[in-house]
Design a protein around this ligand. Sequence first.
Ligand code: ADP
Ligand code: MG
Length: 361
Amino acid sequence: MAGKILEIKDLKKRFSSDFLLDIKSLSINENEIFTLIGPNGSGKSTLIYLINLLMPADSGKIFFENEDILARKIDKPAVRKKMGVVFQEPLLFNTSVYNNLVMGLKLRSGNVEKYKNNLDFLIKKLRLKELLGRSPKTLSGGEKQKVSLARALLLNPRILLLDEPLANIDQATKDEFSETFFKILKEKGTTTLYITHDRNEAMAISDNIGVIDSGKIEQTGPREEVFRKPINEKVAKFVGVETLVSGIVVNSVNGVLEIKINDIKIFAVGKRDLNEKITISIRPEDVMLLSDVSEPEKLSTLNIFKGITTEIKDMGMFKKVEIDCGFALVAYITETSAKKFNLKKGSQIYAAIKATSVHLF
Ligand code: ADP
Ligand code: MG
């Protein structure tokens, strides 16, 4: 099993009475892409500064390759040499792109030859060849970040810290570039801490995910787990669960619960007490729409609701459909399905949801 590259324990940094970064525990494994998502001002950049030793912590420990890097005796420049970092704003110098690429390398080891293969690899993969002679001033935002990322990767860092490097890039460029870039990281096996507030991107590229809010990590785990089983309503809202309603447990048989929401009943899987008040969530992509159900199945693991569409929003790649089926349910469907159902506001539709897709809090 791959070991931990970074381990944080009880790390604290206070800026004001309003803001305290307080990370009880966080670890990043070798070769993984760990994504930290959270709203603006939640402390993401502060965490990067602390890990990269750009700012002192108030208390706590950061172990990097098993060494406590907040210890007084630590050789900070030596530690920082083993980390690559890219910020939201590209930090490039007024010389050629090529010189920017090899600048860190020259400062640190002076040996360009040793990294020649890696340099060629990055230039090829990121298609930087045409840019090498140009000045960063003449580059687009996306191109500048490509250069910054290549520079950070050139020295084969033990960990790559990325603080929303793609945040200021237009969506089309970002989609294309993001795919290439994260493929490179996987190919090289670069351990990465990736910070973003884009949950779709997090879902697409991460191994493990952490959700941070107001300086505290609310949940960490494999991306599927965090997206499918958010541990509280705060995380659920942030990871994009659209349906969040409360109900009461009215029956429980063999691990299948019957939950009453308004006037309807929904099956879910879990252990709760009778009459317990709970909140349930359903991810929009877990809702299947059906135009007709001839013989509504009485399976206790499948919920089928009859409803009326109250809103249909075009989201580009798919449509977001809001359905009143006794409670407000949100489903995502493809353009093709929407056409097939001839779906309009006020259409009658059936929604099917597996009991295992109903998450409980
Ligand atoms: P994020 O990157 O998640 O948007 P930051 O880590 O930049 O959040 O900021 C977290 C909080 O700390 C914010 O309230 C911000 O205003 C505050 N903050 C960040 N840096 C400083 C600083 N150097 N001095 C005082 N307050 C700061
Ligand atoms: Mg930030």
